[in-house]
Design a protein around this ligand. Structure first.
Ligand code: IPM
Ligand code: MN
Length: 392
């Protein structure tokens, strides 16, 4: 029996409900294999802050850093939960872990499973087929436009001063000015882009059968994006067997919706990736289907892309599949890292169980056109995972 230590951070709102279903999947795997998962649950986030005055208990960060083989996160963010400086309460949890544990790659698959309708209105939707949407966006996760908030969290922990905007006179810049510097480093870009090319090498290409990495940036305008693109071109030279393409972020959003089959792996900067993947989720049936992995060289944190959905919190209503697919990513990452074929197999089985569940289409939540509860979907997929594993 191998025991892996999984730290579960349910966080806010519906994050708590979907993490229960994620845990159910892990339990199903343990019951039918030699894999064990020791789950440590740590309450955290904006609601926790309102209840206790702390975003999480003292020592929680150290548990994530030192006592976890992987971390699962539900969702962070709650209306009215703000720190004294006005920043969102819980930001240190999600953004602090991303930067503190050097989780430099935010890996966000956009895949339309058979049986799921994408959420674009109009007649064009009839022309779409699941085999047109299967790409992965890699969002840089530790710098870019998120830098100022990351810096503020670090600065307050270490008693340092916040950034002050530089003195500048420029047309349009008068009176009060807020300033969010957007540093992009060659180091940060390089490790993200390298991860993208390696991932492309493991995949079967885009729906057109082409193995290609797209660099998505705004290098016609910003210095940071020029450095990102230059770094991309350098890395691309070392992967002659993989096609390398460029797109500006504005045009990319259009092509993503119009011709998703062109894309296989996409690498981009932090905020662009944040925005583009919410848009991309529409192609896969909505945010309830969008999973993500935050990974670095030493640590991994896995979370659904959706937020805490306060409107639906506590109603046993939201789709747990984004979280279940985040578990699937976690198992695959851990399997490669620990060289454990049982984990790799479990990851494939979770994907298969989700695919079969969706193509059967009987029990789906409201967002996919059904009326099943969060729990019912979790229970059904967990049962399928067990059934597949016990037949092996
Ligand atoms: C996400 C979220 C976060 C982000 C928020 C909660 C800070 O939107 O994971 O995409 O902007 O990165
Ligand atoms: Mn987001």
């Amino acid at each position: 029996m191998v025991d892996y230590r999984i730290t579960v951070l349910p966080g806010d709102g519906t994050g708590r409900e979907v993490m229960t279903e994620a845990a159910r999947i892990l339990d199903a795997i343990s019951e039918s294999t030699n894999l064990g998962f020791e789950q440590t649950i740590i309450q955290c986030g904006g609601q926790h802050y309102l209840e206790t005055g702390q975003v999480w208990a003292e020592g929680s960060y150290a548990v994530c850093r030192d006592e976890s083989d992987a971390i699962l996160l539900g969702a962070i963010g709650w209306p009215g939960a703000k720190l004294e400086n006005g920043d969102m309460a819980g930001g240190e949890v999600i953004l602090g872990l991303r930067s503190g544990l050097d989780l430099f790659a935010n890996v966000r698959p956009i895949k339309l499973y058979e049986g799921v309708k994408h959420k674009i209105h109009g007649n064009f939707s009839q022309q779409w087929a699941p085999d047109k949407v299967d790409l992965v966006v890699l969002r840089e996760n530790t710098e870019g436009l998120y830098h100022s908030l990351l810096h503020r969290s670090a600065a307050s922990a270490q008693g340092l001063a916040e950034y002050e905007p530089p003195e500048m006179e420029f047309p349009g810049l008068h009176g009060e000015v807020a300033w969010d510097p957007r540093p992009i480093s060659k180091f940060g870009s390089h490790r993200l882009i390298e991860t993208g090319f390696r991932l492309a090498g493991r995949r079967n290409g885009n729906p057109d059968g082409e193995t290609v990495v797209h660099c998505v940036d705004k290098s016609n305008v910003t210095r940071g994006c020029q450095l990102f693109r230059k770094t991309f071109d350098e890395v691309a030279l070392t992967y002659p067997e993989i096609k390398a393409e460029h797109a500006y972020i504005d045009a990319f959003t259009m092509w993503l919706v119009r011709n998703p089959e062109w894309f296989d792996v996409v690498v981009t900067t932090n905020m662009f990736g944040d925005i583009a993947t919410d848009l991309g989720s529409v192609l896969q049936g909505g945010m309830g289907m969008a999973a993500s992995a935050n990974v670095g060289d030493e640590h991994g944190m896995f979370e659904p892309v959706h937020g805490s959905a306060p409107k639906y919190a506590g109603q046993n209503k939201v789709n747990p599949i984004a979280s279940i697919l985040s578990v699937q990513q976690m198992l695959g990452w851990l399997g490669r890292r620990k060289n454990d074929e049982a984990l790799n197999n479990a990851s494939r089985v979770v994907d298969q169980a989700v695919a079969e569940h969706l193509s059967e289409g009987k029990q789906v939540t409201y967002d996919l056109g059904g009326s099943a509860t969060t729990e019912a979907v979790g229970v059904a997929i967990a049962a399928r995972v067990k059934a597949i594993l016990s037949e092996q």
